[in-house]
Structure formats: structure tokens, C-alpha cells
Design a protein around this ligand. Sequence first.
Ligand SMILES: *Cc1c(COP(=O)(O)O)cnc(C)c1O
Length: 395
Amino acid sequence: MKQKENTPQTMKRHRDHMFTKAAYDPLDTRHHGAIHVPIYQNSLFAFGSYDQFEQAMSGLQDHHVYSRGNNPTVSYLEQKLADMEEAESAKCFASGMAAISSAILSVVGQGDHVVAVHQAYGPTREFLSTYLSRFGVETTYIDGGSMEEWRGALRANTRLLYLESPTTMLFELQDLRLVAGLAKEAGARTIVDNTWATPCFQNPLAFGIDLVVHSISKYIGGHSDCIGGVVLGSKALMEQIASTEYMLLGGIMTPQTAALVSKGLRTLPLRMRRHEESGLQVAEYIGKQSFAARVNHPGLPGHPQHELAKRQMSGFSSLFSFVSNEPREKLKEWAGRLQYFKIAVSWGGFESLVTVNRLGAGKEEQMEASVVRLYVGLEEPKDLIRDINQAWKDA
Ligand SMILES: *Cc1c(COP(=O)(O)O)cnc(C)c1O
């Protein structure tokens, strides 16, 4: 199957069609017409004849034999996510990091070179820098906003261009179509961490990207109750991952988690529309406050890559940050006074969250400045704005 290409029309259609994709399943008569996928709490599956057993063993990917390879509840979720991301195939993992490390390991080998965005998720960077370096894999970090940077970082042995668009502290984008094109010329593969945008708002495969990874622990799960990850791509690349990294490293998703995530998935498009609207409202409000020197939200017209954001995403999620020159202690006190925003890592659930961080290393400007990351949950945005305002007045 040839990968479909993104156009403004297909992106709009995809955005609307997501509701049906999430809500609808064809009738499955194998389970008495059960409307929700049953939880197959099984390690193994038995066969009626030795012929059937041998047939299954010769095509492990397409049969349920042992749950480290395939489990029907997990397969259901994989099919659903592949459909939403417009991928041929998907594999679900125990965590976002299990998915990311497996995807990277499926591409690079000893002595290879990787180009990655500087602002990629911390543990991903650590995996590349301190773990893979033990096996002779070298990584060059770039901001990733200009094609000159990507081109300039390429070497003869570059095998992987690793992207995260937008990044999730400073919300910087990369041009997915152009980087995918450059990688093809250079004989390298591309992986994009698409966790921020979700399959609802961005489909990197249709820009020519090879593999998409998501942390399911964020919006896809959506209820702060699951840890999981997924890798999506062509049938050929995914078969490779399924038979190698999935089977050998064994970082599988359990059927219990798959069932919980499948339930969360029903409302993903609905939640994302609400998050989009509320996130923009709160970000616009923050943009007018004197304590915010700059707001980092790709959906605001003032974002330096807003045009690119509109070109490659059909919507915006609700995690964003603002830079502040107020004393960090004062910002932390303010965060502690917030009622609706809880102080915690992660994001993507129903509840609003806040963290106060140092402005990222490697950025010379305003080293003293702080980056406050806000996650806008499903509460009423007017309540959230009132909360932010009151907590600041009392500061
Ligand atoms: C959380 C996160 C991950 C890692 O996912 P886990 O499920 O926590 O392993 C990867 N990328 C991004 C952008 C994330 O926010």
C-alpha cells in the first residue's frame, strides 16, 4: 500500500472523520456481539490440530500463539491506533520509552550516526547519548528549525533523523515533509515523536516520515491511569520491529492496559477538541499578563512557526509553556497556590497540571529565566483563568 499524502483537504477530512473512527467498530460475532473488546487474560493460545499449530508457528505475526508476540486485546488496540494514524501497522509497548527505544534500535547499529532535535524528550536524549554511545552510536543535536541545520549535521554514516514536533517544553517545530525528503536523499530513516499532537491533529507518515511513536500515557490513554507506547509505520518496517525488538526486548503492553486505553480512545477526538479550545483560551490570557515574557504555543499567531504549525497540523493540543523573568521562587509559590492546576509531571489526562522549570540548557538567552509549563485539562477554562489570576494576585 502506498502511503497517502497530506493535503489541506485530507487533513480536514481526517480531523472530522476521527469521531467515527473512535466510536465505530464492525460487529464482531466471535464474542457474542460484545460491544467492547474482551480482555484476553492469556499467556498462550491452543490449537485444534498439529497442522494448525505449525501453520500458526510459521506466521507468528498473523496468529495468536503467545502473548509476548500477539494478544487479541492488544491487537485490537493496535488496529484501532493504526487506523487513526493512517498507518499500515502498529505495535503497542509497555511505555512510551519502550516504544521509542525499540523504534530507534530497529534503525541504528554499531558505528551509526543519528541527528536528533536538541529539545527531544529527556529520557530519549539520554537513551541516545549515554546508552547507545556504549555501542558506538553517535548523536548530533540540533534545534531542527532550519533545513541548513539538518543538512549540515549529516554524515556518510547517518542512519536516523529523530524528530519531536512540537517539542514539549519550548514547543518548537520541524518541517516534517522537508526533513523526510532530506532523509530519503541521504539514505537515512526518520522517526517522529507525535505525542503532543496525537493522531487527531498530525499524521507524520503522510509527509513521508518512516515511523511514528507516541507515549500512550498522555492524551491517548487520557485518564492518567495507564503507561503505554506505540510505534506505527509501514507493514515491512513494523514486521521487523514485531519480530525483533518487540519479541526480544519483550517490552509488551498487557491486555488489561490495552482494554483501558481502548476505552480512553473512544473519546480521544472529543477530548482533543475541548483541550484545543481551552488551551488556546488560557494561552491567550497568559500572553496578556506582565509576568509572562513570552508564550510558547504553536496555535498562537505570535508563535514564530505558526504558519508551519497550521500547514502540518490540523489542530493544537493543550500543553504549552511561558517564559518568565519573575524570581523562580515566586513562580513556585504561585504554582503552589493554584487550586485547579496540580503540581506534577506528565500530562494528557483530564486534570490541569503545572511545573516551573529552568529555561533549557543550550539556549543562551535569559539563562536566569524560567519556563512554566501548563497543561490545560478538561475543566472550565474560565475557572482555570480565574485560578491563575487569583494565585498571582496573592503572590
Ligand atoms: C511522556 C513522554 C514520552 C515517554 O513516554 P512514557 O510512556 O512515559 O515512557 C515520550 N515522549 C514524550 C513527548 C513524552 O511526553
